[in-house]
Design a protein around this ligand. Structure first.
Ligand code: URA
Length: 216
């Protein structure tokens, strides 16, 4: 299922991100009330093109981990804290032609961009109501647990605690009154950059599989 976001929230995002280097709009995808909600950082170039979250190289890695614990894209909700692809503009010389060409590589979203999308993300979480939230990497983790949370420390752990939600004026965050179950994971791109992380990440996913068994 592809979620339909409330038009008023989409309008607010549009206003707050006007003029920023953000491209496309990739909605979150998956069923209501799933066991797992996987939360990434932002869509990349492939996601922008095909409008399916985690459908590029990181996504393929992610789906393998998901399959290893008996889950699939179909029974899992997949989203990220920012719904557009953040890019930077670089002028580089083409090696073959010697001409200057403009490139628009992906970049990490800024804190302001994450905050601009926060009301939309909060609405999405409240609508989807997953049993377990799985933040993938520091951007998603810090959006939910604050700037001091660190994936290197918290990966593979079962946490049950309040999360950050946007304040009523949408200018910052406050702690939720409700507690949520979270199991933070390394972003799958980390494994692509550093293969030595593979056994650690495989072990984290095994632990997540055990956490789910106890909850179901
Ligand atoms: N990285 C993310 O965080 N999300 C995607 O959808 C793709 C790559």
């Amino acid at each position: 299922m592809i979620i339909e976001y409330p038009p008023a929230l989409l309008d607010e995002v549009r206003t707050r991100t006007a003029g920023r280097q953000l491209a496309g709009f990739t909605p979150g995808q998956g069923p209501l009330n799933p066991d797992l909600m996987l939360v990434g950082e932002a869509p990349g170039r492939h996601e922008e093109k095909v409008n399916i979250p985690f459908s590029g190289a990181s996504g393929q890695e992610l789906i393998k981990f998901l399959n290893s614990i008996g889950y699939s894209r179909e029974n899992t909700y997949i989203t990220s804290v920012v719904r557009q692809r953040p890019y930077s503009v670089k002028r580089v010389r083409d090696k073959k032609t010697g001409k200057l060409v403009e490139k628009t590589p992906n970049r990490t979203p800024t804190k302001k961009e994450v905050l601009a999308f926060a009301p939309l993300f909060d609405w999405e979480l409240a609508t989807i109501r997953p049993k377990i939230i799985v933040p993938l990497g520091n951007t998603a983790l810090q959006r939910l647990l604050g700037p001091h949370a660190n994936i290197g420390k918290l990966h593979g752990q079962r946490l049950e605690q309040p999360i950050q939600q946007v304040t009523p004026d949408h200018q910052g965050y406050q702690w939720s009154s409700k507690k949520y179950i979270l199991v933070p994971m390394y972003h799958p791109a980390a494994v692509l950059y550093a293969r030595r992380l593979m056994p650690v990440v495989q072990d984290d996913w095994k632990k997540l599989g055990q956490v789910i068994k106890k909850i179901r």
